[in-house]
Design a protein around this ligand. Structure first.
Ligand SMILES: Nc1ncnc2c1ncn2[C@@H]1O[C@H](COP(=O)(O)OP(=O)(O)O)[C@@H](O)[C@H]1O
Ligand SMILES: [Mg+2]
Length: 600
């Protein structure tokens, strides 16, 4: 007897469906795509029990004709392309004619639709069993309902996560689609509760910000919109300024022809575009939209269309890099003394793009800098009460110093650093790298970047203020992260981050360092994605908790910032960067005098 036999229709359909429909999220993706292709400007997604019990997408698009209803659930039946050439002139999201068929193979599927305002019809198929067509449905558009997903494929269902996690994935899919279609009103209802409502927006920037602000309370001024038309393709980008960043690339989203795609090289282009603007290990929040000529972008690679082949990828890469590196305004963090806490400088973004040389505040600042008295008022910035006896003290110190015999070639380890409270005179910045100051009989040249990095790093390490969260944050992790946390959870404890395992792959964040209080979500996302060495974890935490980037080499640093930074530098036990490299050069007055031939 023959060993090979043809699979029955239902089994074959279920196997094929596996490629398109992996979980509730895949259903949501396909149904929203169909609603968008139908020209809707109002789309409502509602789910029950993470979409496992029910997923429903309603739209106000053009609808489906009664005679097309059975065709819609037929494999390879589509209204979107007719010939192979159409595939290279795609204007729609769908084209494979597979989605409704696949969904129908693994669920109870109801499609109710009114074609261009004609009387509506409703068709039901239950795991491919046709239950016929009856009158009734919405007055306008289409409602597709998917119930009991994988109800007849228990093995498949057992791979699904908890309903709350599946719901989160569905919601994220809606948000990810909504980003690229600002002119469509999207709503999301979970277990009868409306959780997301995104009004129509004229500008892409506003829609992207609406979505980002659902996750975190961002200040829209900390994001910019950049765009460039390059002929065959154009790029639009909503991206964060240097003050807003996170420790992984997961919020760099790439869209090609309004589809979210996994295109790592374009994510890299964004990261390279930032270059030195962000510190190592920090990444921006970016949404990149590439609109490419349809004949240059091929999506017919994977059924889920997460991949794209771009014939002009190198050009696009180059254009993204240029757009960001040339167009992104620079934001330089400054350390200024808070009037009410003179000893505790804090970071505040002050300036400005390279184009801001004409900016009024900057000009004013420069005029103040030109004041010759300014360098002789080291305490003007921190607003400490002026000590009128300073001249006498200075004289006394001067005489004392003079009386001390000069020690040639003092050993750096013993004499080099005196951590006592500084009384120094700030002289200026050199090469946009060194802050130069005079203290006693020495000149100090301080590497501004390394110094600031060290200070931020210390602040993280010395976390003593650990805050117990009122409501611990539960989060799921993959198997490898679960194992990692079981063994290496102590690494986090060292930084005041307490984690507890609640169940297999389910963890809870119980306490965090106070300085991370506004960044819990970033922290959770970092923990969910990290299995690195202790150093890597430390570096990642550093970039999350030190929420502002360190001053860079090349940044202009104003006097107030420089003084505040130097004050902190002089408080350090040892002026070396976290990697052990010293960042202060000292020049002694006597050595300098000797160099010019003076012996006294
Ligand atoms: N919400 C909808 N509104 C109007 N037509 C729809 C909708 N959903 C599906 N259709 C019709 O059903 C067809 C099959 O849909 P689908 O299986 O998703 O394949 P594809 O989107 O690749 O064409 C579509 O080509 C379209 O004509
Ligand atoms: Mg489709």
């Amino acid at each position: 007897m023959s060993q090979i036999r043809k699979l029955d229709r239902t089994l074959a359909a279920r196997i094929a469906a596996g490629e398109v429909i992996e979980r509730p999220q895949s259903v949501v993706r396909e149904l929203i795509d169909n609603a968008i292709d139908a020209g809707a400007d109002e789309i409502v997604l509602s789910i029950r029990s993470g979409g496992i019990e029910e997923i429903r997408v309603s739209d106000n698009g053009r609808g489906i004709m009664k005679e097309d209803l059975p065709l819609a659930v037929t494999q390879y039946a589509t209204s979107k392309i007719g010939t192979i050439d159409d595939l290279y002139q795609l204007r729609s999201l769908g084209f494979r004619g597979e989605a409704l068929h696949s969904i129908g193979a693994v669920s109870r599927l109801t499609i109710a639709s009114s074609y261009e305002g004609l009387p509506p019809w409703t068709m039901v198929t239950d795991n491919m069993e046709d239950e016929g067509i009856r009158e009734g449905g919405p007055d306008r558009g289409t409602i597709v309902t998917v119930e009991d997903l994988f109800g007849q494929i228990p093995a498949r269902r057992s791979f699904l996560k908890r309903p709350a996690s599946e719901a989160m994935l569905c919601r994220n899919t809606l948000l990810s689609k909504a980003m690229a279609f600002p002119s469509i009103h999207f709503s999301y209802i979970q277990d009868e509760v409306r959780r997301v409502d995104l009004p129509r927006r004229e500008r892409l920037f506003d829609r992207v910000m609406d979505v980002l602000c659902l996750e975190e309370n961002f200040n829209r001024k900390e994001f910019v919109f950049l765009e460039k038309d390059c002929g065959d393709f154009s790029i639009s980008l909503v991206t964060s300024l240097a003050g807003v960043h996170r420790s992984d690339r997961s919020r760099i989203k790439v869209y090609v022809n309004r589809r979210p795609v996994d295109e790592y090289s374009l994510v890299q282009a964004v990261v390279y575009g930032y270059g030195e603007i962000l510190p190592g290990g920090a990444f921006p929040y970016s949404c990149l939209f590439v609109q490419d000529a349809p004949e240059l972008a091929d999506f017919n690679i994977h059924p889920a269309k997460r991949e794209v082949k771009l014939r002009n990828k190198a050009e696009i890469h180059h254009a993204i890099h240029n757009l960001i590196s040339k167009g992104l305004p620079r934001e330089i963090p400054a350390i200024v003394a808070r009037p009410d806490q003179p000893q505790q400088p804090y970071l505040e973004p002050v300036a400005k793009t390279d184009t801001s040389w004409t900016d009024a505040s900057f000009t004013r600042d420069r005029i103040i800098h030109a004041d010759p008295e300014r360098n002789f008022q080291p305490d003007a910035v921190s607003q400490k009460p002026r000590d009128n006896g300073w001249l006498d003290k200075a004289k006394a110190i001067f005489h004392e110093e003079k009386a001390r015999p000069y020690q040639a070639s003092s050993t750096p380890a013993e004499n080099f650093w005196k951590p006592e409270k500084a009384q120094f005179t700030y002289l200026g910045q050199a090469f946009r790298l060194f802050l130069i100051c005079q203290k006693d009989d020495k000149l100090y040249l301080v590497d501004q970047h390394a110094a600031h990095e060290r200070i931020l790093f210390n602040e993280l390490r010395q976390q003593r203020n650990v805050q117990r969260l009122l409501v611990p944050i539960d989060f799921e992790v993959d198997g490898d992260v679960d194992a990692f946390l079981c063994e290496n959870g102590y690494i986090y404890t060292q930084y005041g981050i307490a984690l507890s395992q609640k169940d297999d792959r389910l963890w809870s964040l119980d306490s965090i360092p106070q300085s991370a209080l506004t960044n819990e979500k970033k922290l959770v996302s970092f923990i969910q994605n990290s299995t690195g060495s202790e150093e890597e974890i430390e570096a990642g935490l550093y970039s999350i908790v030190a929420c502002r980037a360190a001053i860079k080499a090349g940044d202009y640093v104003d006097d107030a910032t420089a003084r505040a930074l130097l004050e902190k530098v002089f408080e350090l036990e040892d002026p070396s960067c976290p990697h052990g490299r010293t960042f202060v050069v000292t020049l002694e007055e006597r050595e300098l005098r000797l160099m010019v031939g003076r012996t006294q």
